[in-house]
Structure formats: C-alpha cells, structure tokens
Design a protein around this ligand. Structure first.
Ligand code: 5GP
Length: 145
C-alpha cells in the first residue's frame, strides 16, 4: 500500500484509537490523539494523529481536521522543548512508502534534536517500557503544570 489505496482499519494506529492496542498517551481529545513513538528516532519522539478521519495520508483529510492535528503538534512541540530542552525539533510527515511511510494512518512526527546526536533508524529499535513510561509521566506532568 502506498500513496493511493483503501484505508486499512486494522492498521496499528486505528487499533490504538479504538483502544485495541496500547500506547503511551500524551494528549487526547475527541478529534486528536498524541502518543510516544515506541521506536523513537530521538528521545521524546512523539506522534500526533487524527482520530475521526480514516485518512491514510495528507491527501485524505479535510483541512479543518488537519488544522486540529496541527494545533496539537504545535502545543506538544512547545511541551517537548520546555521539558527536554532540545537544540532543535523536526516536524515531519510522510506520504507513501517511497517517501518513508510505514503506517498508513496519517500522522505527524515531532522529533526533538539534541546537539551532536544523530537520529536513530526510522521505525528501528524499540524503546524499553520503563523508559517510555518514565518519559510519558514527565511530559504529562509538564502538560498539567
Ligand atoms: P511512518 O514511517 O509511517 O512515517 O511512521 C510510523 C511511525 O510509527 C514510526 O516512527 C514507528 O516507529 C511508529 N510505530 C510503529 N508501530 C508503532 C506502535 O505500535 N506504537 C507506536 N507508538 N508507534 C509505532
């Protein structure tokens, strides 16, 4: 499956939205869900997805729903900067397998970048549950504060 095709309701992010698969949630409202990437490319790698749109990529979503996703991207980028103090932040989104997309439910990546640290392999090594849970708690505390 790539740039064009049918939405697969069994993709992992659809399962997460339905509560059928676990995730380390950072933010949720009726339209948007944000959670930690379990194969992080950097410390704090976060994903933000639309909950209601069955959108494989940026072509499939209406502008109003996309704007709601982006508002959360901006908010969480600020949280990640405040809490983790990276030197920079990448916001990225891939459309189609040749562009690097591996999960076919639209998602925005927020990838904090730290001085002198290269990115880990995309969708590579899995972070430990302990590390992810500790980071989630830290970021939730920052969001609440
Ligand atoms: P894409 O390559 O489609 O732009 O990004 C998919 C992202 O989803 C990758 O960064 C990958 O690490 C992440 N990912 C894949 N499976 C899971 C999962 O089960 N849970 C979480 N939280 N992230 C996942």
């Amino acid at each position: 499956m790539s740039l064009h095709g049918d939405y697969d309701a069994q993709n992992i992010f659809a399962q997460i939205i339905r509560g059928e698969a676990p995730c380390y949630t950072l933010y949720e409202d009726e339209d948007v869900l944000a959670f930690l990437d379990v194969f992080p490319q950097s410390f704090g790698h976060t994903l933000v997805i639309p909950k209601r749109a069955a959108a494989r990529n940026i072509l499939d979503i209406d502008a109003a729903s996309l704007a709601k996703v982006m508002a959360v991207v901006q908010r969480l980028t600020r949280v990640l900067i405040d809490e983790l103090e990276p030197a920079g932040v990448q916001v990225a989104q891939f459309n189609g397998a040749p562009a690097g997309q591996t999960v076919f439910h639209l998602h925005m990546h927020i990838v904090p970048r730290f001085e002198g640290e290269k990115l880990s392999v995309h969708a590579g090594g899995k972070a430990s549950a302990e590390e992810l849970a500790a980071l989630q708690a830290r970021l939730l505390q920052r969001i609440a504060g």
